[in-house]
Design a protein around this ligand. Structure first.
Ligand code: G6P
Length: 369
């Protein structure tokens, strides 16, 4: 065990640090200088994807959050309607499946009972085809899907998923680019997105260098009972994933909101005992997010802002902590901003002395309902 963990104290920490490599493996031989290579989804994949008119994504836990990011991407760049649903809900209701809809199951293990059952149920509902995005090639989800794109994260031991998530994002980014190009995304924008994806492993590596600052920051969470995470756009699911990590391993109650919803409820909870973590990449929504942060500040809330190094955020305006991250571009930013949130959850849990790799009551793979 100690040999496998090497210099790291826990598998989770090791797996967080493996992300640049795991993501680079997932992209390897699948994207070239001018775009996604042919047939990366399996035999007949490109022809089937050509016919897609809409997408339904089904998953659980962290994999569900990856699906939520993909909704923003696919709708933005490929202009296809996407719905995302947790598998345990999907399987027990009669969803409407418009003609030409692709069913996508996202799963690290490929054995999650709800996801597998949802996929089997989808067969009855008349989809164009099924695509599995999965980390285990011999798993049931992969065996039963028409098309597959494997994440190449390698074995993930820590119960709280880390490298599986960022490799799922890499796989979903490939799918987005493929669908977008088939549907005539502007050539210059396509080239920019490809270049960003090529930069992703390097950007993740840079983000990992924030660890010493995050260790310092984590001290401010040790005695807290609650935390609020905010994001906008594709960073709302990133905020959800950050809050899930904190819950799972530190047992601090955490919730995530799309920042614009703050005024519709969660603001009532904000006081000096409530740390508020904001994911604030550069982009058209940054000004709106800043005004959301002012609302938190006005209520005495303690702000921790993960900001793009390219973005202008006045330290005075937040009166908290700002950690600067080079996101490497708007497309890949959700994957890059995930890293500091994973590190935060990890170091808070270490300080609280919890069993990081085996949190109470949770299982790595939930194979019963
Ligand atoms: C469990 C794990 C989570 C995981 C979820 C879905 O709850 O603890 O980390 O995200 O299952 O697992 P899957 O293997 O389907 O991605």
């Amino acid at each position: 065990d100690a040999v496998e963990r090497g210099e790291y104290r826990h598998y989770m920490q090791k797996e967080i640090f493996e992300q640049p490599h795991a993501v680079s493996n997932t992209l390897e031989a699948r994207i070239g200088a001018s775009g996604v290579l042919p047939n990366i989804f399996g035999v007949g994949g490109d022809e089937l994807l050509e016919k897609v008119k809409g997408v339904h994504i089904i998953a659980c836990g962290t994999s569900y959050h990856a699906g939520m990011v993909a909704k923003y991407w696919i709708e933005d760049y490929a202009r296809l309607p996407v719905s995302v649903e947790v598998a345990s809900e999907y399987r027990y209701r009669e969803s409407v499946v418009p003609e030409g809809t692709l069913f996508i199951a996202i799963s690290q293990s490929g054995e999650t009972a709800d996801t597998l059952a949802a996929m089997r149920e989808s067969r009855r509902r008349g989809y164009l085809g099924t695509l599995a995005i999965c980390n285990v090639p011999e798993s049931s989800v992969v065996r039963e899907a028409d098309l597959k794109l494997m994440t190449r994260a390698g074995p993930e031991i820590g119960v709280a998923s880390t490298k599986a998530f960022t490799t799922q994002l890499a796989a979903l980014a490939l799918l987005t680019l493929h669908l977008a190009r088939q549907r005539n995304l502007d050539e210059a924008r396509h080239a920019d997105l490809c270049a960003q994806l090529h930069r992703l492993p390097r950007a993740l590596e840079e983000a990992l260098k924030l660890e010493p600052q995050i260790i310092e920051l984590s001290e401010r969470f040790v005695h807290r009972h609650h935390a609020l995470f905010l994001g906008r756009g594709a960073h709302y699911p990133v905020a959800l994933e950050g809050s899930l990590k904190l819950k799972e391993i530190s047992y601090i109650h955490a919730e995530a909101y799309p920042a614009g919803e703050l005024k519709h409820g969660p603001l009532a909870l904000v006081d000096e005992d409530m740390p508020v973590v904001a994911v604030a990449p550069n982009g058209p929504l940054l000004d709106k997010l800043k005004s959301n942060l002012q609302e938190v500040r006005a209520r005495g809330g303690e702000l921790i802002v993960f900001a793009d190094s390219a973005a202008y955020i006045d330290d005075n305006a937040t009166r908290g902590s700002i950690l600067r991250i080079d996101a490497g571009g708007d497309f890949i930013a959700p994957a890059v901003f995930t890293v500091p949130l994973q590190l935060l959850a990890y170091h808070v849990a270490v300080l609280r002395g919890t069993d990081v790799d085996q949190p109470r009551n949770l299982a790595k793979s939930v194979t019963v309902e």
